[in-house]
Structure formats: C-alpha cells, structure tokens
Design a protein around this ligand. Structure first.
Ligand SMILES: [Fe+2]
Ligand SMILES: [Fe+2]
Length: 155
C-alpha cells in the first residue's frame, strides 16, 4: 500500500504540522488527518457505488493530499497543493499516470458537480459529505449554503 508511505513522508508531515498550527482555535471545519481519512473512506464508497474504477491506493493518496495546499499562504489552496502533492507522490513511488490523475483531482476538488461520474466528482463530493454539520456549533455562522450542509451522516 503506497498510500501508507504518504503518511510517513517528511514533506507531508511538515505540511500537516503547519496546517494544524494555522488552524489552532478555529471554530469552523479543520483540515486534519481525521478529515483526510473521512474523505478517503467516503470517496472509496462513492467510487464503488458509482462504478468508478480507481485503485484504493490512488483514492487514499488523493484524499490524504487534497488539502495539503493549506500549508501554503496566499492564493487558492487546491491549486497550491498540486506541486507539493507532485513531489510527495513521486517520493512515495506513484507512477506518472497516477501522479497526473491525483494532482488533477486535487486541483479541481472545490468544484462539486450534480452527478458522480468521475473520480474527481467522487472526491469533491466526499469532501463535502465528510463534514459533521449536524453536530457543528458554528452551523449558523458557516458560509456553506443550506443545501450543501449535511443534516445527517449520509455516509
Ligand atoms: Fe479543500
Ligand atoms: Fe477537504
């Protein structure tokens, strides 16, 4: 399982440390390891349910890395994460095709489509489904629109 190497990668660990430092005391959703694993598991389910044929190693890599750009200040975190993810994936032995696919879904993970037809659709949707809005104390202050907020654990 190549994705296990990501968890132990020094660049990855450093980025996670920076994000956690930046988000200390944040009342809205945080972007920690728990979030990444929730996204990985939900994305895996969505791929199975929608007959999207992607390896588990690729799904987990994309989920673990999708918010890594939040460790870089300024600009769009999805775009910012692409270069860092590229380095980490290469260090962890992912092949060229997988690196291209994973970095592309990281770049576009903010765009949620109505249907789940591609791996990118599944990751973007899993990112939304992962949030426990139904338990959130900052529910009323959150910028998410009512139709996106999770009223119950869909997955
Ligand atoms: Fe994100
Ligand atoms: Fe996310």
């Amino acid at each position: 399982m190549k994705y296990c190497q990501i968890i132990n990668n020094s660049k990855y660990k450093q980025a996670i440390r920076i994000i956690s430092e930046n988000e200390k005391g944040r009342k809205f959703c945080i972007h920690d390891y728990g979030h990444f694993i929730d996204v990985a598991r939900i994305c895996y389910i969505l791929c199975l349910e929608n007959n999207i044929n992607v390896q588990k190693d690729v799904i987990y890599a994309a989920a673990l890395l999708h918010d890594i750009g939040r460790s870089i200040k300024g600009g769009d975190h999805a775009q910012n994460g692409v270069l860092l993810a590229f380095d980490i994936l290469n260090e962890c032995g992912y092949d060229k095709g997988d690196v291209e696919l994973i970095t592309e879904v990281i770049r576009s993970h903010g765009h949620v489509s109505d249907d789940i037809k591609t791996f990118g659709d599944a990751l973007a949707r899993a990112d939304k489904y992962s949030r426990r809005c139904y338990l959130c104390e900052a529910y009323d202050e959150c910028y998410w629109s009512e139709d996106i907020k999770n009223k119950y654990p869909v997955y």
